[in-house]
Design a protein around this ligand. Structure first.
Ligand code: DP6
Length: 334
């Protein structure tokens, strides 16, 4: 007999230092390559899941509004996986609250599905270890596999030769580093994405002649990134992250039709980052599926560099640090 107590979980978005771009299996959400990220301490998502055994459908509320259409179906398909694991047919009420402004470009789906995986598995009384939780979160959104953990995180692509490829792809924390990084996000644009990252990934994989070269480089970058983190070498971490992200965007832009997230404002900030670096500043750029430029630096330099970027871009700059993994809020009554 399942408990009807609601379960609430909190998770944070993460920024990839070696990017995930391309799935080798869309159904199982298996990535083409490993990736490495840092979970952030900003913009948590809080999600409550409550079983509704007598109901005939799931109800999903996001930021106070009922979710409908494809977004709601995506959540229901994810909940079906949880129901299968729990051997239950119970429908649920999901109430999810994001704190990130829309379009801020810090993959809210990473925090969203990590929080949902934890809250739903608790509501259905599944006892999943962290690795199993990461596998489950992956099925909602690839990058969510990494937000299960705090700090630096390595998501293993796994292998199709494994007896169960689904089982072989999970994230785990990077424990052999003492490096502490900050992330500055230059908020250039909050308009909706011209192309969803899921579609953009698919198009890049299937049509971009540059994709396979980027993928091969990414496989090397993961090993180099792990070494740089272990050595606490901020310069190597920054250089690998910047080249990996710029290579990903170059591959997207070579897709047919092109996937272009970098705007003239993004290029302006990228140039300022290179200029300040040439003047001796330790800062490196990364970008995701949107126009905002994010900058990696040491925490001690963050406030000063954020001020410089505000002055040069005339845009808001957010300062983030390393954040925690997904956590459960126990026993609250609603
Ligand atoms: C550019 O995890 O949002 O942020 O798995 O299709 O839900 P789906 O994609 P998502 O993609 C993230 C892409 C990225 C790079 C990264 O976070 O590694």
């Amino acid at each position: 007999m399942t408990s009807l107590l609601p379960a609430t979980a909190v998770a944070h978005p993460n920024i990839a230092l070696v990017k995930y771009w391309g799935k080798r299996d869309e159904h199982l959400m298996l990535p083409c390559a490993d990736s490495v990220s840092m979970t952030l301490d900003v913009y948590p998502t809080t999600t409550t899941v409550q079983l509704r055994p007598d109901a005939t459908n799931d109800v999903v509320i996001m930021d106070g509004r009922f979710l409908r259409g494809e977004s709601s179906q995506r959540v229901t398909r994810f909940l079906d996986l949880v129901r299968t694991q729990a051997d239950s047919r119970d429908r649920v009420l999901v109430d999810s609250r994001n704190t990130a402004p829309v379009g801020v470009g810090l993959a809210s789906s990473s925090a969203g599905f990590a929080a949902l995986a934890l809250a739903a598995s608790k509501a259905f009384q599944l006892s999943l270890d962290h690795r199993a939780l990461s596998r489950l979160a992956r099925r909602g959104s690839g990058s969510a596999a990494r937000s299960v953990f705090g700090g630096f995180v390595h998501w293993h692509a796994g292998t199709d030769y494994a007896p169960d490829p689904d089982f072989a792809s999970y994230a785990e924390p990077v424990t052999d580093t003492r490096l502490d990084l900050a992330l500055l996000a230059v908020l250039l644009d909050t308009a909706p994405k011209p192309v969803s990252s899921r579609e953009a990934m698919r198009r890049t994989m299937t049509t971009s002649p540059a994709f396979h070269r980027w993928l091969a480089a990414t496989r090397t970058d993961t090993a180099l990134m792990r070494g740089a983190l272990r050595a606490g070498d901020v310069q190597a971490v920054g250089e690998i992250a910047e080249r990996n992200a710029m290579g990903m965007h170059a591959a997207m832009e070579a897709a047919v039709p092109p996937v272009v997230y970098r705007t003239s404002a993004s290029h302006h900030v990228l140039r300022q980052v290179r200029r300040l670096r040439a003047a001796g500043e330790r800062m490196w750029a990364t970008m995701d599926a949107g126009p905002n430029v994010k900058v990696l630096c040491l925490p001690g330099d963050a406030a000063r560099l954020a001020d410089q970027l505000r002055r040069l871009s005339h845009r808001p700059v957010l300062v983030a640090r390393s954040g925690p993994g997904a956590t459960l809020h126990r026993g609250e009554a609603r």
